[in-house]
Write a protein that binds this ligand. Structure first.
Ligand SMILES: *Cc1c(COP(=O)(O)O)cnc(C)c1O
Length: 365
């Protein structure tokens, strides 16, 4: 704040280079933006994906994943998830490929990596772009390689609930530095030079509008938060891993479906801890479970109702949830427990006690 420069400038540059270093890529492969939604939108444009093209993605994701495809002008196509990993199924992707398919948009759900060997093989066979939605997956690795570095683009979120936060913020990682150069122009109105360079020490320089861009730049104020968040990433990850283990052990005896353990030779980012509530086993449904947790003063979330449950997408694309049965079932049974590195053991014990007390109440069979 005292520097007098709050907009896009040296802190953003520093955050970009720290992030690139964390990901093990050169600094010209990343561009900071103001959200993951912006990162996804710009990636599609830079990838040349637009009207007439089809993009295959998962029905079990946040609306922003899908909206970014729609904003690019392309047509979204959903491929169902694997019931255990909750990630997009490579076999279902294959079934949805047409001669208009141009890209695959996998989401590393909850921080668990998608089956990138199979997805990249499909992409190679059919010459498809791959844009990874890494909103849950800053720390994720698959077979020794970091999430966001498999595809042509990796898009990250620093929204308040994410593992690394800047309040609002996002990052694009691209394999091709020309894609990043284009993304930078798109993220600032399509200007040939950003404001820091315009008003910098070398004196005034004209800028030129080279295309109709967007207003998607990150501010130094946000990047300053991100720099310090990134320093803590490993400690925070360790803490969430401890909480994950504590939850897994504590719920082993209950008739709930716990998240699948991380696969060998992968790193799970431990972004969400989700349980499935099957009414036939638990005696109450997911929505009743959410109410019961709320009554016990425990906050919850739902990640996610499958996308075809939402009226807009049903109307626009004629989708029915039943056509993606795994995502539909998960969406109707899942709930996310409080899960944050800021929680101490007592907080976790409160959550665990509440879950146990719901399932041992007199109404429970
Ligand atoms: C949070 C989230 C986004 C959007 O991130 P923003 O930075 O809020 O735009 C996109 N995809 C997934 C899977 C998310 O969880």
């Amino acid at each position: 704040m005292r520097s007098g420069w709050l907009g896009t400038g040296p802190k953003v540059k520093r955050f970009e280079s720290d992030f690139a270093q964390y990901k093990g890529v050169p600094a010209d492969r990343v561009a900071a933006v103001n959200s993951c939604t912006a990162a996804l939108h710009i990636s599609f444009i830079a990838a040349g994906v637009g009207p007439g093209d089809e993009v295959i993605t998962t029905p079990l994701t946040f609306a922003a994943t899908l909206n970014a495809i729609i904003h690019s002008g392309a047509t979204p196509v959903l491929a169902d998830v694997d019931p255990v990993t909750m990630n997009i199924s490579p076999d279902r992707i294959r079934e949805r490929i047409t001669d208009r398919t141009r890209a695959i948009l996998p989401v590393h759900f909850a921080g668990r990596p998608c089956d990138m060997d199979a997805i990249m093989e499909i992409a190679r066979e059919h010459s498809l772009m791959v844009i990874e939605d890494c909103a849950h997956a800053v720390e994720t690795e698959y077979h020794g390689q970091k999430a966001g570095t498999f595809g042509d683009f990796g898009c990250f979120s620093f929204y308040v609930t994410k593992n690394v936060t800047t309040g609002e913020g996002g990052m694009i990682l691209a394999r091709n530095p020309e894609h990043i150069a284009r993304a930078r122009v798109l993220a600032l109105h399509g200007l040939s030079k950003d404001a820091w360079h315009r008003f910098g020490d070398e004196g005034y320089k004209h800028y030129y509008v080279t295309e109709c861009g967007y207003k998607y730049n990150m501010m130094d104020l946000q990047a300053a938060i991100g720099i310090h968040q990134l320093e803590r990433i490993e400690n925070n990850w360790q803490r969430r891993q401890q909480l994950w283990r504590r939850y897994q052990e504590s719920f082993a005896s209950l008739p709930l479906t716990r998240p699948a353990e991380p696969s060998a030779d992968t790193r799970h980012a431990f972004h969400l801890y989700t349980l499935l509530v099957d009414e036939s086993r638990c005696g109450l449904n997911r929505d009743d479970f959410l109410v019961a947790l709320h009554e016990r003063n425990i906050g919850t979330g739902v990640h996610y109702l499958s996308l075809p449950e939402h009226p807009f997408y049903r109307k626009r694309f004629g989708w029915r949830p039943e056509d993606w049965p795994n995502a539909m079932r998960i969406g109707r049974q899942t709930l996310s427990l409080p899960f944050s590195s800021a929680m101490d053991d007592n907080d976790a014990d409160d959550v665990i006690a509440a879950v146990h007390s719901i399932l041992s109440s007199p109404d429970y069979p």
